[in-house]
Design a protein around this ligand. Structure first.
Ligand code: AHR
Length: 333
């Protein structure tokens, strides 16, 4: 009863609400959300299975989700998968047993979700994908995706490079630090970048390896790159943490990051803006982790059985060194 009443109130409140993002695919209607009974005090219950705490981006994303749940009066059941798919699957199964109203998760990797998503569907619990996508053919297994266009982010990184080296035909040797193997941002940022540079044979990706989105691994892999390749011109890192780790490796090797080796990164955390201001990173393609408010709005909508867009994308920019100092004070993460 409490949950039914909540659904009616929620629907009324959301009638005036706005999703503050651009939508790229048509809306779908699902079954009325959740067989869950809400919390004992009548609050909507959201189970959220987070990837882990691998990066500054992730820390900001977790804070955004926690803060937004509190602000929206939603009871959040939070689980940290420590970058392991099996932990996320376990967490989702626990949420199903607990009969939460809505499940949201940011999939560690793209593949291997169909079984657990079918279990959620059979239990009548709507699922929202946040930040990362899955490759399931059956798109009825989730109601919506909220996050970034990672292919576009990779393209932006590549476009900057093409422009930067527009005046020369000399070879440009690139090393790439990939994100977590099999994850949507690693797959898509790699593909988008490759597509943007493929028209010019002077660009050569001479080494490409995962740094698992962490600072420590970014440093370790960059050290190996520096040992095996004397003539690196550019580092393309799929996130800021790996770029910042790699910068340490470059400096320890007696080279100047940003000058001897140009550095391209993705995310836009404050530490990266500081490094850009210090001329150690050349360009940052933004990826916005502040998804909490939009997630709560979508959770309320799917729980109330309302239409939601299939895809809700965040707006993002590209920042260069000349913009870093002015942008730094305003960075929220
Ligand atoms: O899925 C988003 C990516 O995950 C961020 O770019 C990275 O920093 C994080 O770990």
């Amino acid at each position: 009863m409490a949950h039914r009443a909540l659904r009616i109130i929620t629907a009324a409140v959301l009638a005036g609400g706005v999703l503050t993002a651009c939508t790229t695919e048509p809306a779908t209607t699902g079954t009325t959300g959740g067989t869950g009974k809400g919390s004992s005090d009548g609050k909507l219950v959201l189970g959220f299975a987070q990837v882990g705490a691998e990066s500054g981006w992730r820390t900001a994303n977790t804070k955004s989700v926690r803060d937004a749940a509190e602000k929206a009066g939603i009871e959040l059941k939070f689980s940290d998968a420590q970058q392991k798919q099996e932990n996320q699957i376990k967490a989702i199964r626990t949420f199903i047993q607990q009969k939460v109203d809505v499940i949201a998760f940011s999939p560690v990797v793209e593949s291997g979700w169909d079984t657990v998503l079918k279990e959620a569907k059979n239990a009548g619990i709507p699922v929202i994908l946040t930040d990362r996508a899955v490759d399931s053919q059956d798109t009825s297994l989730y109601r919506t995706f909220l996050g970034s266009d990672f292919v576009k982010e990779g393209q932006e990184a590549g476009k900057w490079l093409v422009k930067e080296y527009g005046g020369t035909s000399a070879p440009v040797n690139i090393v790439e630090l990939q994100g977590t193997t099999g994850s949507a941002p690693a797959n898509d940022r790699k593909a988008g970048f490759a597509e943007a540079i493929k028209g010019d044979p002077k660009f050569k990706v001479v080494a490409s390896q995962t740094g698992d989105f962490t600072r420590a691994k970014g440093k370790e892999v960059m050290q190996a790159f520096l040992k095996s390749h004397e003539d690196i011109d550019v580092l393309y890192a799929h996130n800021d943490d790996m770029a910042l780790g790699a910068i340490q490796a470059i400096e320890e090797a007696g080279k100047k990051p940003g000058t001897d080796i140009k550095v391209i990164s993705v995310d836009g955390i404050k530490d990266a803006f500081v490094a850009m201001k210090e001329k150690k990173i050349n360009v940052v393609v933004e990826c916005n982790p502040l998804l909490g408010d939009q997630l709560m709005e979508l959770a309320k909508k799917v729980a109330a059985g309302e239409d939601v867009p299939r895809r809700v994308e965040t707006k993002e920019g590209v920042f260069t060194q000349d913009q870093a100092a002015a942008a730094l004070p305003g960075r929220q993460y």
